[in-house]
Design a protein around this ligand. Sequence first.
Ligand code: ADP
Ligand code: ASP
Ligand code: MG
Length: 413
Amino acid sequence: MTRLVLKFGGTSVANLDRIRASALHVKREVDAGHEVAVVVSAMAGKTNELVAWCRDASPLHDAREYDAVVASGEQVTAGLMALTLQHMGINARSWQGWQVPILTSDQHGSARVEALNGQHLIARLKERREVAVIAGFQGLHKETGRITTLGRGGSDTSAVVIAAAIGAERCDIYTDVDGVYTTDPRVVAKARRMERVAFEEMLEMASLGAKVLQVRSVEAAMVHKVKVFVRSSFDDPVASASSGTLICAEEDIMEQQVVTGIAFSRDEAQITLRGVVDKPGVAAAIFGPLADAAINVDMIIQVVSDDTTTTDMTFTVPTADFERAKTILESAKSAIVYATLHGTNDVVKVSAIGIGMRSHAGVAARAFRALADKGINIRAITTSEIKFSVLIDAAYTELAVRTLHTLYGLDQA
Ligand code: ADP
Ligand code: ASP
Ligand code: MG
Protein backbone atom coordinates (compact mmCIF):
# COMPACT_ATOMS: atom_id res chain seq x y z
CA MET A 1 0.00 0.00 0.00
CA THR A 2 1.26 3.41 -0.96
CA ARG A 3 0.35 6.85 0.28
CA LEU A 4 -0.14 9.36 -2.52
CA VAL A 5 -1.05 13.00 -3.06
CA LEU A 6 -2.97 13.79 -6.27
CA LYS A 7 -3.23 17.45 -7.22
CA PHE A 8 -5.68 18.68 -9.84
CA GLY A 9 -5.18 22.11 -11.44
CA GLY A 10 -7.81 24.53 -12.74
CA THR A 11 -8.50 22.89 -16.12
CA SER A 12 -8.76 19.51 -14.43
CA VAL A 13 -11.64 20.79 -12.25
CA ALA A 14 -13.04 23.37 -14.71
CA ASN A 15 -16.63 22.04 -14.47
CA LEU A 16 -18.50 19.05 -13.06
CA ASP A 17 -17.60 16.83 -16.00
CA ARG A 18 -13.91 17.58 -15.52
CA ILE A 19 -14.23 17.01 -11.75
CA ARG A 20 -15.83 13.60 -12.48
CA ALA A 21 -13.04 12.73 -14.91
CA SER A 22 -10.42 13.72 -12.32
CA ALA A 23 -12.26 11.79 -9.60
CA LEU A 24 -11.82 8.66 -11.73
CA HIS A 25 -8.05 9.03 -11.35
CA VAL A 26 -8.58 9.18 -7.59
CA LYS A 27 -10.82 6.13 -7.76
CA ARG A 28 -8.16 4.14 -9.62
CA GLU A 29 -5.64 4.79 -6.85
CA VAL A 30 -8.17 4.06 -4.09
CA ASP A 31 -9.22 0.83 -5.81
CA ALA A 32 -5.55 -0.16 -5.94
CA GLY A 33 -5.56 0.06 -2.15
CA HIS A 34 -3.61 3.28 -1.76
CA GLU A 35 -4.13 5.98 0.86
CA VAL A 36 -4.96 9.13 -1.05
CA ALA A 37 -4.97 12.83 -0.29
CA VAL A 38 -6.30 15.08 -3.05
CA VAL A 39 -5.44 18.76 -3.50
CA VAL A 40 -7.59 20.89 -5.78
CA SER A 41 -7.29 24.28 -7.47
CA ALA A 42 -10.17 26.60 -8.22
CA MET A 43 -12.10 26.01 -11.45
CA ALA A 44 -10.19 27.38 -14.47
CA GLY A 45 -10.55 31.17 -14.71
CA LYS A 46 -12.17 31.47 -11.27
CA THR A 47 -9.17 32.93 -9.45
CA ASN A 48 -8.68 35.52 -12.22
CA GLU A 49 -12.30 36.52 -11.85
CA LEU A 50 -12.01 36.82 -8.07
CA VAL A 51 -8.80 38.88 -8.39
CA ALA A 52 -10.52 41.20 -10.88
CA TRP A 53 -13.46 41.66 -8.50
CA CYS A 54 -11.07 42.69 -5.71
CA ARG A 55 -9.38 45.24 -8.00
CA ASP A 56 -12.75 46.60 -9.09
CA ALA A 57 -14.01 46.89 -5.55
CA SER A 58 -10.88 48.64 -4.33
CA PRO A 59 -7.81 49.32 -6.50
CA LEU A 60 -5.51 49.49 -3.45
CA HIS A 61 -7.24 46.56 -1.81
CA ASP A 62 -6.51 45.34 1.70
CA ALA A 63 -4.45 42.16 1.24
CA ARG A 64 -6.31 40.32 4.03
CA GLU A 65 -9.65 40.83 2.29
CA TYR A 66 -8.08 39.92 -1.07
CA ASP A 67 -7.15 36.56 0.47
CA ALA A 68 -10.62 36.14 1.96
CA VAL A 69 -12.05 36.53 -1.54
CA VAL A 70 -9.58 34.60 -3.70
CA ALA A 71 -9.32 31.61 -1.34
CA SER A 72 -13.01 30.92 -1.97
CA GLY A 73 -12.42 29.33 -5.40
CA GLU A 74 -10.66 26.32 -3.90
CA GLN A 75 -13.29 25.97 -1.17
CA VAL A 76 -15.91 25.28 -3.83
CA THR A 77 -13.90 22.68 -5.75
CA ALA A 78 -12.80 20.85 -2.58
CA GLY A 79 -16.44 20.38 -1.60
CA LEU A 80 -17.50 19.41 -5.12
CA MET A 81 -14.68 16.89 -5.45
CA ALA A 82 -15.60 15.32 -2.09
CA LEU A 83 -19.26 15.12 -3.18
CA THR A 84 -18.29 13.58 -6.53
CA LEU A 85 -16.11 10.96 -4.84
CA GLN A 86 -18.85 10.15 -2.33
CA HIS A 87 -21.30 9.74 -5.21
CA MET A 88 -18.88 7.18 -6.69
CA GLY A 89 -19.01 5.26 -3.42
CA ILE A 90 -15.68 6.51 -2.12
CA ASN A 91 -15.36 7.69 1.45
CA ALA A 92 -14.14 11.29 1.17
CA ARG A 93 -14.11 14.50 3.20
CA SER A 94 -13.08 18.05 2.23
CA TRP A 95 -10.65 20.18 4.22
CA GLN A 96 -10.06 23.91 4.06
CA GLY A 97 -6.56 25.22 4.70
CA TRP A 98 -7.52 26.37 8.22
CA GLN A 99 -9.01 23.00 9.08
CA VAL A 100 -5.86 20.99 8.38
CA PRO A 101 -4.40 23.49 9.49
CA ILE A 102 -1.78 24.67 6.99
CA LEU A 103 -0.04 27.40 8.97
CA THR A 104 1.61 30.20 7.03
CA SER A 105 3.35 33.54 7.40
CA ASP A 106 1.16 36.66 7.32
CA GLN A 107 2.41 37.80 3.92
CA HIS A 108 -1.08 37.96 2.46
CA GLY A 109 -1.24 37.16 -1.26
CA SER A 110 2.04 35.21 -1.22
CA ALA A 111 2.26 33.61 2.21
CA ARG A 112 4.85 30.94 2.98
CA VAL A 113 3.91 27.66 4.59
CA GLU A 114 5.53 27.51 8.01
CA ALA A 115 4.06 24.45 9.69
CA LEU A 116 1.89 21.51 8.79
CA ASN A 117 1.31 18.60 11.07
CA GLY A 118 0.15 15.64 9.01
CA GLN A 119 -0.72 13.33 11.92
CA HIS A 120 -4.42 14.09 11.94
CA LEU A 121 -4.73 13.55 8.18
CA ILE A 122 -2.72 10.33 8.41
CA ALA A 123 -5.01 9.02 11.14
CA ARG A 124 -8.08 9.67 9.00
CA LEU A 125 -6.48 8.09 5.92
CA LYS A 126 -5.53 4.99 7.88
CA GLU A 127 -8.36 4.48 10.35
CA ARG A 128 -11.33 5.64 8.34
CA ARG A 129 -9.93 4.78 4.90
CA GLU A 130 -11.12 8.27 4.00
CA VAL A 131 -9.82 10.29 1.05
CA ALA A 132 -8.85 13.77 2.24
CA VAL A 133 -9.76 16.44 -0.33
CA ILE A 134 -7.82 19.56 0.56
CA ALA A 135 -8.39 23.04 -0.83
CA GLY A 136 -5.11 24.15 -2.40
CA PHE A 137 -3.63 27.65 -2.43
CA GLN A 138 -4.85 28.60 1.05
CA GLY A 139 -3.60 28.55 4.61
CA LEU A 140 -4.02 30.19 7.97
CA HIS A 141 -1.97 32.76 9.83
CA LYS A 142 -2.33 31.44 13.33
CA GLU A 143 -1.65 34.59 15.33
CA THR A 144 -4.27 36.67 13.53
CA GLY A 145 -6.55 33.76 12.65
CA ARG A 146 -6.83 35.09 9.09
CA ILE A 147 -6.99 33.08 5.85
CA THR A 148 -3.92 33.48 3.64
CA THR A 149 -3.11 32.47 0.07
CA LEU A 150 0.20 31.16 -1.27
CA GLY A 151 0.59 33.19 -4.46
CA ARG A 152 -0.65 32.38 -7.95
CA GLY A 153 -0.19 28.74 -8.85
CA GLY A 154 0.09 28.00 -5.11
CA SER A 155 -1.92 24.77 -5.15
CA ASP A 156 1.21 23.04 -6.45
CA THR A 157 2.95 24.11 -3.26
CA SER A 158 0.02 23.00 -1.11
CA ALA A 159 0.28 19.55 -2.72
CA VAL A 160 4.01 19.21 -2.16
CA VAL A 161 3.97 20.36 1.47
CA ILE A 162 1.06 18.04 2.22
CA ALA A 163 2.96 15.17 0.57
CA ALA A 164 5.93 15.96 2.81
CA ALA A 165 3.78 16.23 5.94
CA ILE A 166 2.01 12.91 5.46
CA GLY A 167 5.11 11.11 4.20
CA ALA A 168 3.59 10.39 0.78
CA GLU A 169 5.50 8.18 -1.59
CA ARG A 170 4.81 10.57 -4.48
CA CYS A 171 3.02 13.77 -5.35
CA ASP A 172 1.23 13.53 -8.70
CA ILE A 173 0.50 16.89 -10.31
CA TYR A 174 -2.38 16.43 -12.76
CA THR A 175 -2.60 19.25 -15.28
CA ASP A 176 -3.61 19.93 -18.88
CA VAL A 177 -0.32 18.76 -20.44
CA ASP A 178 1.21 15.33 -19.98
CA GLY A 179 4.43 16.50 -18.37
CA VAL A 180 7.16 19.09 -18.41
CA TYR A 181 8.30 19.95 -21.92
CA THR A 182 11.53 21.42 -23.27
CA THR A 183 9.50 24.62 -23.65
CA ASP A 184 5.82 25.60 -23.47
CA PRO A 185 4.15 23.08 -25.82
CA ARG A 186 1.42 25.63 -26.53
CA VAL A 187 3.98 27.92 -28.11
CA VAL A 188 6.39 25.50 -29.78
CA ALA A 189 4.79 22.53 -31.52
CA LYS A 190 8.16 20.77 -31.62
CA ALA A 191 8.59 20.88 -27.84
CA ARG A 192 9.52 17.50 -26.39
CA ARG A 193 8.29 15.96 -23.16
CA MET A 194 11.08 15.18 -20.74
CA GLU A 195 11.00 11.83 -18.94
CA ARG A 196 12.95 13.36 -16.06
CA VAL A 197 14.11 16.81 -15.10
CA ALA A 198 16.46 17.75 -12.27
CA PHE A 199 15.16 19.84 -9.36
CA GLU A 200 17.64 22.65 -10.06
CA GLU A 201 16.60 22.89 -13.70
CA MET A 202 12.91 22.77 -12.87
CA LEU A 203 13.44 25.51 -10.32
CA GLU A 204 15.05 27.73 -12.95
CA MET A 205 12.46 26.84 -15.60
CA ALA A 206 9.63 27.70 -13.20
CA SER A 207 11.17 30.94 -11.98
CA LEU A 208 11.94 32.00 -15.55
CA GLY A 209 8.35 31.60 -16.69
CA ALA A 210 7.37 27.94 -17.18
CA LYS A 211 4.22 28.08 -15.07
CA VAL A 212 3.59 24.34 -15.17
CA LEU A 213 4.80 24.25 -11.54
CA GLN A 214 4.92 27.06 -9.00
CA VAL A 215 8.53 27.89 -8.07
CA ARG A 216 7.92 27.35 -4.37
CA SER A 217 6.53 23.88 -4.99
CA VAL A 218 9.82 22.88 -6.61
CA GLU A 219 11.77 24.43 -3.72
CA ALA A 220 9.63 22.52 -1.23
CA ALA A 221 10.04 19.27 -3.17
CA MET A 222 13.81 19.74 -3.18
CA VAL A 223 14.02 20.52 0.52
CA HIS A 224 11.67 17.74 1.66
CA LYS A 225 12.79 15.24 -1.00
CA VAL A 226 9.28 14.75 -2.35
CA LYS A 227 9.02 12.81 -5.61
CA VAL A 228 6.92 14.94 -7.97
CA PHE A 229 5.38 13.48 -11.12
CA VAL A 230 3.66 15.81 -13.60
CA ARG A 231 0.98 14.15 -15.75
CA SER A 232 -2.27 14.86 -17.55
CA SER A 233 -5.76 14.53 -16.07
CA PHE A 234 -6.97 14.03 -19.66
CA ASP A 235 -5.27 10.60 -19.78
CA ASP A 236 -7.38 7.47 -19.67
CA PRO A 237 -8.11 7.15 -15.93
CA VAL A 238 -8.12 3.36 -15.96
CA ALA A 239 -4.91 2.83 -17.90
CA SER A 240 -2.25 1.44 -15.59
CA ALA A 241 0.73 3.17 -17.22
CA SER A 242 0.85 6.85 -18.03
CA SER A 243 3.31 9.28 -19.51
CA GLY A 244 4.58 12.16 -17.47
CA THR A 245 7.70 13.82 -16.11
CA LEU A 246 9.47 12.95 -12.90
CA ILE A 247 11.19 15.81 -11.10
CA CYS A 248 14.22 14.24 -9.46
CA ALA A 249 17.77 14.65 -8.24
CA GLU A 250 20.48 15.40 -10.79
CA GLU A 251 22.20 12.05 -10.08
CA ASP A 252 19.09 10.20 -11.20
CA ILE A 253 19.36 11.49 -14.75
CA MET A 254 21.46 9.30 -16.98
CA GLU A 255 22.13 11.53 -19.93
CA GLN A 256 22.37 15.24 -19.37
CA GLN A 257 21.96 17.71 -22.21
CA VAL A 258 23.85 21.00 -22.17
CA VAL A 259 20.60 22.95 -22.53
CA THR A 260 17.48 21.13 -21.35
CA GLY A 261 14.82 23.78 -21.72
CA ILE A 262 13.79 27.22 -22.92
CA ALA A 263 11.49 29.37 -20.81
CA PHE A 264 10.05 32.80 -21.37
CA SER A 265 8.33 35.38 -19.25
CA ARG A 266 6.16 38.27 -20.33
CA ASP A 267 6.10 39.44 -16.75
CA GLU A 268 8.94 41.93 -17.31
CA ALA A 269 9.01 45.68 -17.78
CA GLN A 270 12.10 47.66 -18.70
CA ILE A 271 13.03 50.99 -17.16
CA THR A 272 15.91 53.15 -18.39
CA LEU A 273 17.28 56.17 -16.58
CA ARG A 274 19.40 58.31 -18.88
CA GLY A 275 21.96 60.91 -17.93
CA VAL A 276 22.36 59.65 -14.38
CA VAL A 277 25.10 61.63 -12.62
CA ASP A 278 27.80 59.03 -12.04
CA LYS A 279 29.00 59.17 -8.46
CA PRO A 280 29.54 56.62 -5.69
CA GLY A 281 26.25 55.50 -4.23
CA VAL A 282 24.18 56.06 -7.35
CA ALA A 283 23.10 52.42 -7.62
CA ALA A 284 22.05 52.50 -3.99
CA ALA A 285 20.07 55.70 -4.60
CA ILE A 286 18.16 54.03 -7.45
CA PHE A 287 17.66 50.51 -6.13
CA GLY A 288 17.33 51.31 -2.42
CA PRO A 289 13.87 52.91 -2.70
CA LEU A 290 12.70 50.11 -5.02
CA ALA A 291 13.85 47.48 -2.52
CA ASP A 292 12.14 49.39 0.29
CA ALA A 293 8.92 49.10 -1.71
CA ALA A 294 9.52 45.32 -2.11
CA ILE A 295 9.98 45.68 -5.87
CA ASN A 296 12.20 42.96 -7.28
CA VAL A 297 14.77 44.29 -9.74
CA ASP A 298 16.02 41.63 -12.10
CA MET A 299 18.34 42.43 -15.03
CA ILE A 300 20.60 45.46 -14.62
CA ILE A 301 22.82 47.13 -17.22
CA GLN A 302 24.91 50.21 -16.59
CA VAL A 303 26.45 52.02 -19.55
CA VAL A 304 28.96 54.77 -18.82
CA SER A 305 28.99 57.66 -21.27
CA ASP A 306 32.10 58.94 -23.06
CA ASP A 307 32.47 61.92 -20.77
CA THR A 308 32.37 59.52 -17.77
CA THR A 309 30.32 62.00 -15.76
CA THR A 310 26.97 60.42 -16.54
CA THR A 311 25.69 56.92 -17.00
CA ASP A 312 22.58 55.17 -18.35
CA MET A 313 20.99 52.59 -16.10
CA THR A 314 18.61 49.98 -17.57
CA PHE A 315 16.86 47.36 -15.47
CA THR A 316 13.71 45.26 -15.33
CA VAL A 317 10.92 44.94 -12.77
CA PRO A 318 7.80 42.72 -12.73
CA THR A 319 5.02 44.19 -14.90
CA ALA A 320 2.73 44.36 -11.87
CA ASP A 321 5.19 46.78 -10.22
CA PHE A 322 5.97 48.86 -13.32
CA GLU A 323 3.78 51.88 -12.56
CA ARG A 324 4.75 51.89 -8.91
CA ALA A 325 8.47 51.70 -9.78
CA LYS A 326 8.17 54.66 -12.16
CA THR A 327 6.36 56.73 -9.55
CA ILE A 328 9.00 55.94 -6.92
CA LEU A 329 11.86 56.84 -9.27
CA GLU A 330 10.17 60.08 -10.34
CA SER A 331 9.72 61.15 -6.75
CA ALA A 332 13.36 60.26 -5.99
CA LYS A 333 14.61 62.22 -9.03
CA SER A 334 16.35 64.94 -7.03
CA ALA A 335 18.13 62.42 -4.83
CA ILE A 336 19.28 60.21 -7.74
CA VAL A 337 19.88 63.07 -10.25
CA TYR A 338 19.06 61.87 -13.76
CA ALA A 339 17.93 63.47 -17.04
CA THR A 340 15.10 61.25 -18.29
CA LEU A 341 13.14 58.13 -17.43
CA HIS A 342 11.86 55.76 -20.13
CA GLY A 343 9.91 52.58 -19.63
CA THR A 344 8.25 49.85 -21.66
CA ASN A 345 6.08 46.86 -20.95
CA ASP A 346 6.55 45.50 -24.41
CA VAL A 347 9.46 43.21 -23.62
CA VAL A 348 9.92 39.54 -22.87
CA LYS A 349 12.67 37.61 -21.14
CA VAL A 350 13.73 34.44 -22.92
CA SER A 351 15.97 32.02 -21.02
CA ALA A 352 17.87 28.82 -21.70
CA ILE A 353 18.41 26.42 -18.81
CA GLY A 354 20.73 23.46 -18.43
CA ILE A 355 22.98 21.96 -15.79
CA GLY A 356 25.42 21.14 -18.60
CA MET A 357 26.24 24.86 -18.89
CA ARG A 358 28.40 24.47 -15.79
CA SER A 359 30.93 22.52 -17.79
CA HIS A 360 30.49 23.96 -21.29
CA ALA A 361 31.79 27.36 -22.36
CA GLY A 362 30.28 29.52 -25.09
CA VAL A 363 26.71 28.24 -24.78
CA ALA A 364 25.19 31.71 -24.49
CA ALA A 365 27.43 33.18 -27.21
CA ARG A 366 25.86 30.79 -29.73
CA ALA A 367 22.44 32.11 -28.82
CA PHE A 368 23.45 35.74 -29.30
CA ARG A 369 24.67 34.92 -32.82
CA ALA A 370 21.52 32.91 -33.69
CA LEU A 371 19.22 35.70 -32.45
CA ALA A 372 21.22 38.33 -34.34
CA ASP A 373 20.91 36.26 -37.52
CA LYS A 374 17.13 36.47 -37.13
CA GLY A 375 17.33 40.24 -36.67
CA ILE A 376 16.35 40.09 -33.00
CA ASN A 377 17.86 42.88 -30.92
CA ILE A 378 18.96 42.00 -27.37
CA ARG A 379 18.18 44.72 -24.83
CA ALA A 380 19.75 43.10 -21.79
CA ILE A 381 21.50 39.88 -20.81
CA THR A 382 22.00 38.03 -17.54
CA THR A 383 23.81 34.77 -16.97
CA SER A 384 24.36 32.45 -14.05
CA GLU A 385 25.75 28.98 -13.56
CA ILE A 386 22.99 26.98 -15.23
CA LYS A 387 21.03 29.56 -17.26
CA PHE A 388 21.20 32.72 -19.28
CA SER A 389 18.44 35.17 -20.16
CA VAL A 390 17.98 37.80 -22.84
CA LEU A 391 15.49 40.63 -22.84
CA ILE A 392 13.96 41.27 -26.27
CA ASP A 393 10.96 42.98 -27.88
CA ALA A 394 7.79 41.03 -27.08
CA ALA A 395 6.89 40.81 -30.78
CA TYR A 396 9.80 38.38 -31.27
CA THR A 397 8.90 36.00 -28.43
CA GLU A 398 7.90 32.99 -30.47
CA LEU A 399 10.65 33.43 -33.03
CA ALA A 400 13.29 33.69 -30.31
CA VAL A 401 12.00 30.69 -28.35
CA ARG A 402 11.79 28.57 -31.50
CA THR A 403 15.26 29.69 -32.63
CA LEU A 404 16.89 28.70 -29.35
CA HIS A 405 14.89 25.48 -29.14
CA THR A 406 16.24 24.42 -32.54
CA LEU A 407 19.75 25.75 -31.87
CA TYR A 408 20.25 23.53 -28.83
CA GLY A 409 18.86 20.42 -30.51
CA LEU A 410 15.65 20.26 -28.50
CA ASP A 411 13.16 19.92 -31.39
CA GLN A 412 11.43 16.59 -31.54
CA ALA A 413 11.93 14.66 -34.74
P1 ADP B 1 -2.86 23.96 -13.72
O1 ADP B 1 -4.11 24.76 -13.85
O2 ADP B 1 -3.08 22.50 -13.90
O3 ADP B 1 -2.07 24.28 -12.50
P2 ADP B 1 -1.12 25.64 -15.32
O4 ADP B 1 -1.85 26.41 -16.36
O5 ADP B 1 -0.73 26.34 -14.07
O6 ADP B 1 -1.98 24.33 -15.00
O7 ADP B 1 0.19 24.98 -15.94
C1 ADP B 1 0.10 24.17 -17.09
C2 ADP B 1 0.49 24.99 -18.32
O8 ADP B 1 1.87 25.34 -18.22
C3 ADP B 1 0.40 24.25 -19.63
O9 ADP B 1 -0.89 24.35 -20.18
C4 ADP B 1 1.46 24.93 -20.50
O10 ADP B 1 0.89 25.83 -21.43
C5 ADP B 1 2.29 25.74 -19.51
N1 ADP B 1 3.73 25.51 -19.64
C6 ADP B 1 4.67 26.49 -19.72
N2 ADP B 1 5.88 25.97 -19.88
C7 ADP B 1 5.74 24.63 -19.89
C8 ADP B 1 6.65 23.54 -20.02
N3 ADP B 1 7.97 23.75 -20.16
N4 ADP B 1 6.15 22.29 -19.99
C9 ADP B 1 4.83 22.07 -19.83
N5 ADP B 1 3.92 23.06 -19.72
C10 ADP B 1 4.36 24.33 -19.74
N1 ASP C 1 -6.27 28.96 -8.12
C1 ASP C 1 -4.97 29.54 -7.85
C2 ASP C 1 -4.45 30.28 -9.07
O1 ASP C 1 -5.10 30.28 -10.10
C3 ASP C 1 -3.99 28.54 -7.35
C4 ASP C 1 -3.67 27.41 -8.31
O2 ASP C 1 -4.43 27.14 -9.24
O3 ASP C 1 -2.64 26.77 -8.12
O4 ASP C 1 -3.41 30.88 -9.01
MG1 MG D 1 -0.76 25.88 -12.04
